[in-house]
Structures are given as C-alpha cells and as structure tokens.
Write a protein that binds this ligand. Sequence first.
Ligand SMILES: *Cc1c(COP(=O)(O)O)cnc(C)c1O
Length: 436
Amino acid sequence: MKYYSTNKKAPLASLEEAVVKGLAGDRGLYMPERIDMIDEEVIADMKNHSFQEIACVVARAFFEEDIEPEVLDEIVRDTLSFETPVVHVEDNIYSLELFHGPTLAFKDVGARFMARLLGYFIRKEGLRQVNVLVATSGDTGSAVANGFLGVEGIHVYVLYPKGKVSPIQECQFTTLGRNITALEIDGTFDDCQALVKAAFMDKALNEHMTLTSANSINVARFLPQAFYYFNAYAQLDREGKADELVVCVPSGNFGNLTAGVFAYWMGLPVKRFVAANNRNDVFCEYLRTGVYTPRPSVQTLANAMDVGDPSNFARIYDLFDGFTKPFELICQLISAHRFTDEDIVRTMRRVYEATGYVLDPHGACGFQGLVEALTPGEIGVFLETAHPAKFKSVVDDVLGIDLEIPPTLRAFLDGQKQSVELGPDFEGFKAYLLSR
Ligand SMILES: *Cc1c(COP(=O)(O)O)cnc(C)c1O
C-alpha cells in the first residue's frame, strides 16, 4: 500500500518511508491510498473473538501488503498485552477504558505498535540507528518512552520542560534508562517543541543521525487506534447493545477520533461520533461556522487536550474531500461539544456521587459529551483515555478522596531519576546530539 500526503505535493511513500519520515516532505500528513472494508459477516462475528484476534483482522486490512501475516500478527499480539474493557457507568452510557497499558493511557497502543513496526523495518533493512525525538508536556513522553523501551536499533530522546511536568508523569520517562534519554529543558513545552522542529530542519544533524518523530502524525501511531473501536463494538454486541452506537472521543490533536472515523470507513457499525473539546474548541467552531481557525492553546484541567491547532484535522478533512459537500458530510457524522473546567469538575462530582465511577478530567468531557448528544434509544460509549490516578492531584481535590495509585504507576515512582539538563537554545541541543 502506498501513502500520499494530505498536501498532495509530495511523492507517494511506502509504509516504511511513511513510518520512518513521520511527516511528508511537503509538511502534509500521510494517508493510506485505500481504506479496505472488512466483511460484514466478519464484523458480526467479532463478538466471538478476543481483542488480539479482532486487532489482527483490522491490522491486516491496512498492512498485509507490506508485512508478512505471521510477523504482523506477532507485532499486534505483542502490542496488545492488555485489555480495553467496556464498563457500564450509568443509564445508556458506557466507558471504554483505554488505560490498562503500561503507562495507563490510550497512547500506549499506538506507541507500542509503532515501536515494534519500526524495529521490524530496521532489522529487515539493516538500517542504521533511528533516533526518535519527542517533546512532551507529560503523557506522550511516557507512552513513547515505554513503548520503545528495549527496542533494538532505536534511541529515544524525550524533551520536557523542567519543573512543569507532574512528578507522576516525569518518573514514567526519567527512570527507564537503557535506550531512553530524558532531556530536561530549562524552558517551556513550546521551547521543547521548537527544539525538536529545528532539529528536523538541521542539515548537519540529519547527516549525522537518522531522526524521526513519534507523535500522532505518524501513521503507525494513529492507525492502530482503530483496533479498540472494533473491540468496543464486539463487547457491546455481545450484550446486544450495539445497534445504535454513538462514540464520544475526548479530543486534542484528533488522532483518536481520526482512527475512529477510519474504523467507520472500514465498516464499523457506529451511527455517529461526538468530539468532546475543552476550552480549546477550534473543532467545535469549525462545525458551527465551516471555517477552521487555529488559535494559541489555553491551559485546562484536561491538559492533554490543550491543543489550539489539531494536526489530525487535515486527515479528517481529507477523508471527506473529493465528495461534493465535504463539510455537510462531516457535520452529519460528527458533532462536537465544548466543556469548561467548571463543567469538568461538575461532571466528575456528579458521576462519582451517583455511581462511584471515578472519571479523569478527559473522560469527564467524553461522558458529558454523551449526556448532551444522546437521543432516546441510542447507546453511548466514551473513550476513557487515561487512568484517573495519572491526574491524582486534580481528582483528589475535586472528589475529596485519596485515590489509590495502581502498582504499575507506583513502580515508576520508586525508580531512580536520570536526566540530562539542557538550556532552551538550539546550539546547545545540537552540540549535545552531535556528541552522541
Ligand atoms: C493525548 C490525549 C488525549 C487527546 O487525544 P488526541 O488523539 O490527541 O485527540 C486525550 N486524553 C488523554 C489522556 C491524552 O493523553
């Protein structure tokens, strides 16, 4: 399968090129040239299969031309060493818990899959070491670092703003060692991101070493997220609850929602999607006005969704481009809701008091999106994108509880921090990388 750029000004790429490069030469995002449908009978039979089996079917639809089936199955099974259960919360609302992986957030799925796929290409082609640069304000760094930990032929550099990442998040990428190096930058998250961008543009650095990124612009990170949409469907189908399914996705960069729309394109029987935004509501505004206007992000309680210019918007638009009325089609399939910090707090409290279910601030947006969007007869499932303990200080404050920290997270907290301190200037960063 070939991959084209959403900007349509770069040559078609192979899967390997798209994964190693991340972003196309014209700064567009790679898209598969076809999206193959999965047979209706196969989807109807998913209720009789495990998550790993379902994911293997979905993975083949994308990747079977490029990777031998046995190797692909092994990559998928190795990625999914944990479940994504659907849990009933209240009335007709279910939570798809995506936080049972190593760093307790949905990004584990894409990061682990990408690491294994890239590792496979490096072995197969005998490529020189690939260096992953990732700037993080918390969640992405931990998922990528843990996903790539111990994968031969890859070194990961996590850049994070000194003193601006919570201790729980910081320890998930600073205590690993081996092929993971944490770079503590004396600056802001924007400084970290600027350093990474400058590195990709620097000729000398790119001659010295192979550099790539691992954020949700990478096809190997966002496509595997389609796996758990099918798994959610299968679980609800088992209970006879999947006939009028509405899926709500707490969204920041929109990689997760894009994967859902891909699943829909492949035949997933979902009636429609709801995008839940916090105060960073560029997408809500787009659905209201038809005009996409990026803005600087503002800080909220659901900070992994504090994105003012969601990169995967280009992919969603591209899926509908070519139809006569793309905007109308997008509005038919996706609606959007916006929630303030006060809304988030109110929802977390109400749901906890009524049901005992602890929502994290992102999941709270997802839950409330369904409350506002569902009509009688519909069943809603929202993506619970992170374990509430990852946001323990907020959750404890809002609910007045002392949330237990799961053992996986506790183990990171007990680890030894290792990091390299650097300033926010590019020359220092470049000199450091050249010395490696
Ligand atoms: C990354 C993240 C999101 C946003 O996902 P996108 O794919 O960027 O829309 C939501 N919640 C949590 C906890 C996250 O880490």
